[in-house]
Design a protein around this ligand. Structure first.
Ligand SMILES: N[C@@H](CCC(=O)N[C@@H](CS)C(=O)NCC(=O)O)C(=O)O
Length: 247
């Protein structure tokens, strides 16, 4: 078990019903997932807001005082710090979703899909999307104007040979999955849909996830965004607008 100077960091939850939940929320970030889940569950929580640097978009160093990596989301429950969004969502479900409204029961086909997609979103889908963000920045205003044609050209070659085909493969896979069922695990909305929502927002603003190319996936995103809890999370934590990072 790791320790910081102030708090113990563990990937599991040791709290229970009635525990105080504090979400370290970085504006316009993955921590929207945590707010969204808590709103779905109707669990009371408080927010400690952390800002991004307006130029670099990196998190304020205040987050590093909570966890050495300084990444959001982080959640405190009874003084214990939880990190890594899928681990946080699962821990909150263990504590506050006893009747399994938002996560399938173990040893069911739905649970196998749930576990897969909880890992897939960050482990497989996010990496090429992050590369796409970085290759886009290679031609952007943070690069000295004189070097931009070259660095921008390198970005385009990387996208053509790696990023774009890779992302297209993922989106085609997901389009197929969501053409067969309304939600990732079947007929019911689960926290796996919350986990996938963030990379899909990213793919919509910079990786060709359009209505024409991926109609089922686009309709699915509309359904997610229309949920009361999604909107309540934005109301409390601020809007999720990933377009800002492309500049
Ligand atoms: N796999 C981690 C990724 C965490 C992560 O990269 N969070 C971003 C916010 S979307 C962050 O904190 N970025 C700020 C920075 O790197 O300075 C998770 O799902 O929790």
């Amino acid at each position: 078990m790791n320790k910081t100077n102030k708090k113990t960091i563990v990937p599991v939850l040791l709290g229970g019903m009635g525990s105080a939940v504090v979400v370290h929320h970085l504006e316009n970030s993955r921590s929207h997932r945590v707010l969204w889940l808590l709103e779905e569950l109707g669990v009371p929580y408080s927010i400690e807001l952390h800002r991004r640097d307006p130029k670099t978009h990196r998190a304020d160093e205040s987050l590093r005082r909570i966890h050495p990596l300084g990444k959001a989301p982080l959640v405190e429950l009874d003084g214990i710090v939880l990190a890594e969004s899928a681990a946080i969502l699962e821990a909150l479900l263990d504590a506050f979703d006893a009747d399994h409204r938002l996560h399938p029961w173990k040893d069911t086909p739905e649970h196998r899909r749930f576990r897969y997609f909880m890992h897939y979103a960050e482990g497989s889908l996010m990496p090429p999307l992050l590369v796409k963000l970085l290759t886009g920045l290679l031609g952007g205003r943070n690069i000295p104007a004189i070097a931009r044609p070259i660095t921008g050209g390198v970005g385009k070659v990387l996208d053509k040979n790696y990023t774009d085909p890779e992302i297209h493969r993922h989106l085609t896979f997901l389009e197929g999955e969501l053409s067969k069922r309304p939600f990732l695990c079947g007929d019911e909305f689960t926290a796996a849909d919350i986990q996938l929502g963030f990379p899909l927002e990213g793919a919509t603003v910079r990786a060709g996830l359009t209505r024409t190319a991926y109609p089922a996936l686009s309709a699915y995103i509309d359904t997610l965004r229309a949920r009361d809890a999604y909107r309540a999370a934005e109301k409390r934590g601020g809007p999720l607008n990933l377009r800002r990072f492309s500049r």
